[in-house]
Design a protein around this ligand. Structure first.
Ligand code: IPD
Ligand code: CA
Ligand code: CA
Length: 264
């Protein structure tokens, strides 16, 4: 298995790693969760983020020692990027603020990338007991249920999720964009975990999602779930998705949202 990176095998490894991380962060959650901050005073991190990332890395590297782990907390030992057959994008707890407050909606997010393409992804949501998963060409799933996007509403009737960066100036800019579009859509949701926001588009719990400032560990797994459910995941301008610029919706709605954001 180490030499051929079959998406189905990579998905199995991601599911196993997500399972052990979910067990850790739910069963061993301390009563008093100590937090420290990272990029800004609002960017929280806990010991559980680091421990979960280490555990995920251990599971992946036990199965595939030559792979590269790119984790948000940077705790994972990993191989050389030039020779690694698979790059794993790991967000051990996406939605750390929700986790710290015991607010529903945080997730373990793990994606496997081969030759620059995400081929397997898992987003495990312990508070709701749901695991989203996908492999390239294999459809999008929430546990045993296949996900498929319905026809989208008009933009004016669309429920749109978004998120905010941790840097204050960026937040102000994002809030201004939101103020300019809020009266042209049904409403806005800010749930607090980008990986789950993407899965929520796939599951039809929101009609669209956009956010500036994300990293690849935030969106790699959730994007594959959304795409396999029939959504488009692109940049805010409608080009190829990239770190810092993510928009996700049914293709017909995505085009309208790109135009609206361009005006905003
Ligand atoms: C954050 C969450 C949040 C999004 C932020 C992310 P973290 O990830 O996904 O919803 O708005 O941009 O950084 O820090 O909780 O892993
Ligand atoms: Ca994240
Ligand atoms: Ca995180």
């Amino acid at each position: 298995m180490t030499d051929c990176a079959e998406p189905a095998d990579l998905l199995e490894i991601a599911l196993q790693a997500a399972d052990v991380a979910v067990a850790l962060i739910t069963q061993q959650r301390p009563n008093h969760l100590a937090t420290s901050t990272k990029s800004s005073p609002t960017d929280l991190v806990t010991e559980m983020d680091r421990r979960a990332e280490q555990l995920i890395s251990d599971v992946i590297l036990a199965a595939r020692p030559q792979d590269l782990i790119r984790g948000e907390e940077g705790v994972a030992a990993s191989g050389e990027s030039a020779t690694a057959p698979v790059t794993w994008w790991v967000d051990p707890i996406d939605g750390t603020t929700n986790y710290v407050y015991d607010h529903p909606g945080y997730a373990v997010s793990i994606a496997a990338e081969v030759d620059g393409v995400t081929v397997a992804g898992v987003v495990a949501d312990p508070t709701h007991g749901r695991t989203y998963h996908a492999r390239a060409g294999g459809g999008a799933w929430c546990d045993e249920t296949r996900l498929s996007l319905a026809e989208p509403p008009d933009l004016a009737d669309a429920l749109v999720a978004t998120g905010f960066a941790y840097i204050p100036e960026r937040r102000r800019a994002q809030a201004k964009v939101l103020a300019r579009i809020i009266d042209q859509i049904r409403d806005v949701r800010r749930m607090g975990a980008a990986a789950l926001d993407l899965c929520s588009v796939a599951a039809g719990r929101v009609d669209a999602y956009f956010e500036a400032g994300l990293s690849q560990w935030d969106y790699a797994a959730g994007s594959l779930v959304a795409v396999e459910a029939g959504a488009v995941v692109c940049s805010l301008e409608g080009g190829a998705v990239r770190p810092g610029s993510v928009l996700c919706a049914h293709p017909a709605l995505a085009a309208q949202l790109v135009d609206l954001l361009a005006e905003a």
